[in-house]
Design a protein around this ligand. Structure first.
Ligand code: FES
Length: 249
């Protein structure tokens, strides 16, 4: 028989991860397995598993939220986009034993997203992400569905939730510029001008080239551009809701 303090140590070791249903007692060269029920008098265990912090998640992607649980039947999964001020349910009632839930990331922007796990029977929050995650909306365009972009120099203007009006210009075989169509003077939406060869702001008269460079003020900065990625093999253009000033103008 192994000493009592060693048994205690082994018991604690095996309870880590909350999947504890038994205890292995090492007795010399012999290993023996002793079945026991989970110890639930210490309360339920529900803990998010990494990675649940410091991630960047893109709208429309699937993200697996994972956890360990013991002595608990059902869990509600919630997320907050404002660092824990407001919470929304991702899933109302999930078997705790499932240990994971596949979440379709919503098309919203947030740098302060947290998850939390709630035990349904007591309505108690048992775990929250340690640090915020970033959510970035994302659009996927299949080029063959947009013949306007079939040739270099082609342009396409679209209006999409979250993104608003934006224009895609094909600048090369595999290169594009994706322009945000809000004037950089005071934010008015610009209109196409000069048969689509430039953009004109109706508020104070700024004019921008087809590629967003300033032709006439009062705007001083070119139109902002969205981050994007093009896969020539699949012909897919992914546009991320991340704006920056263009490097060339
Ligand atoms: S907002 Fe466009 S010129 Fe002023």
């Amino acid at each position: 028989m192994i000493p009592y303090n060693r048994r205690l140590f082994l018991e604690k070791l095996l309870r880590f991860g909350a999947g504890f249903t038994g205890l292995v007692l090492l007795n010399g060269c012999t290993a023996e397995y002793v079945y026991r029920q989970p110890i639930c008098e210490e309360g339920p265990v529900l803990k998010l598993l990494p990675p649940d912090t410091g991630l960047t998640l893109y709208g429309g992607d699937e993200h697996s939220i994972r956890w360990v649980a013991a002595c608990i039947d059902f869990v509600r999964i919630e997320f907050s986009r404002n660092n824990g001020i407001d919470w929304m349910a991702i899933a109302e009632k999930v078997q705790a034993a499932a240990g994971q839930f596949s979440w379709e990331v919503p098309q919203i922007s947030s740098e302060l997203t947290l998850f939390r796990l709630v035990e349904i029977s007591s309505n108690k929050v048992l775990d929250i992400s340690d640090a915020p995650m970033v959510l970035i909306p994302k659009l996927l365009l299949v080029l063959k569905n947009h013949p306007e972009l079939g040739k270099v120099g082609g342009t396409l203007t679209l209006d999409r939730p979250v993104f608003g009006m934006f224009s895609i210009v094909r600048t090369g075989e595999a290169t594009f510029k994706v322009l945000n169509l809000n004037c950089t003077h005071s934010g008015c939406p610009v209109d196409p001008d000069n048969n689509g060869e430039s953009w004109l702001c109706p508020c104070h008269g700024s004019q921008f080239s087809k590629l967003g460079c300033v032709l006439r003020g009062p705007a001083r900065r070119p139109l902002s551009v969205y981050d994007h990625k093009f896969d020539p093999n699949s012909g897919q253009l992914i546009v991320y809701n991340i704006l920056s000033e263009p490097s060339s103008c």
